[in-house]
Ligand binder design. Sequence first.
Ligand SMILES: [Zn+2]
Length: 446
Amino acid sequence: MRFVIVHTIGTLLLWVTLVTDSFAQTFYAQGGRIADFNGKELADTFSVQIKGLPPQIDMNFGLTKVCFDITHSKVSDLKIELINPAGASIWLSNRNGGDVGANYNGTCFRANGFSGYIQDGKAPFEGEYTPNGRFEFLNNHTNPNGTWKLLISDLKTGARGSLNFFTLEFSSNPMPDLVKGPCSIENGAGCSCEEEGASCELLPDFIILPTFTQTQWKEYPKDDPYYPGQLRFAASIANIGDGPLETVGKGEWYCGDTRVDSASKCANGAFPRQKLYQRVYKKNGDKIEWHDYDAGTNYFDDQPGHNHFHVDGWVEFRLIKKQKKGLFVKKVVVGKSRKVSYCLFDSGICNNDGLCQVDSVNFGQKNLPNYGMGNYVDCKSKKQGISVGGYDTYGMMYEGQYIQLPKNLKSGQYFLEIEIDPSRIYKEKKRSNNLFTMPVVISKQS
Ligand SMILES: [Zn+2]
């Protein structure tokens, strides 16, 4: 009798395992020590060998879920990337967790994470998040069998930690909410012009997404050991236009006015600038054509956490005091950043889910007719951009995301302004929505 029961359970377990296997397979890998930042960016690499999966990952079958467990007293020091055997990579989480947040406690990531976006979560991170990057860049019609790598880079000195384990799960329907719009650079028939007619320029339109900045900003006191007297904040730029923003480099590099052969350093130690063009797409019947307009420049940025190409002068940050002058209100700039350079790529997508809400309009596939047009996945020199319905996020802990508050600044009500393309170099549909303003109360700095 006893034997029969055991046998039944055994059979049941075997059956469950087989059924599960045909739909989902999970691979486990051990972790190790995460080195502290030591002056230059150096990633700790943790690998897992995957075998026995179908020869291609895509919309139908692919990477569904990634989980890891990290012990670290300040996880916002960390950039965590995942690389597939074909070499494609995404950020799972890049410098999220704020000033004091510790640990990822068995945190999971999937395309439509139940706990929302990782940048909106609080450390210790628990549960299941949507990553900073996009799973479809990994489920990219390549062979999943081979070495997958989890890269962890500590980008700030002060805390050491460890990766305790990580797992990768593969199953069918890995990105359930992902529906790509029919409009693409290859398929003009799916694209539409704003006004009636078969032919039109498909211009981008840049906006700052308010929620990112409103939920991620902080004033640091002047005796803060890391960010003395800084107002730090996140900025996320979305493209809600008719066509992608695309910058194209053609290998025209300059040290000052002198043309040089490559992106390697000039005699004065600075990195050369590459002349850029803005590629503006045009719908002509069912065909997509384009025209390249003179635009700005880009360069190699070697700051920790970057090590890639940045488009020059993409945003400017200002701290404003409003003064009443009789009937008028005068804006006085009390603090200002340099013009800040960004890598332009789709770090996320607008899903009509509230993340891309501006003035009570929720942007996404439902109201952006050419949703998904463009595809910008990395920070290389030749091509960068933001797709229609894509956004590019810079978190508050990133290099350069601050205004240095002036000494003896009085406490009180101020306004933070973020302006996209402050030099007005790029063509777009509407300029008036390039300036974002948010009230901030500053405490006494002196
Ligand atoms: Zn960068």
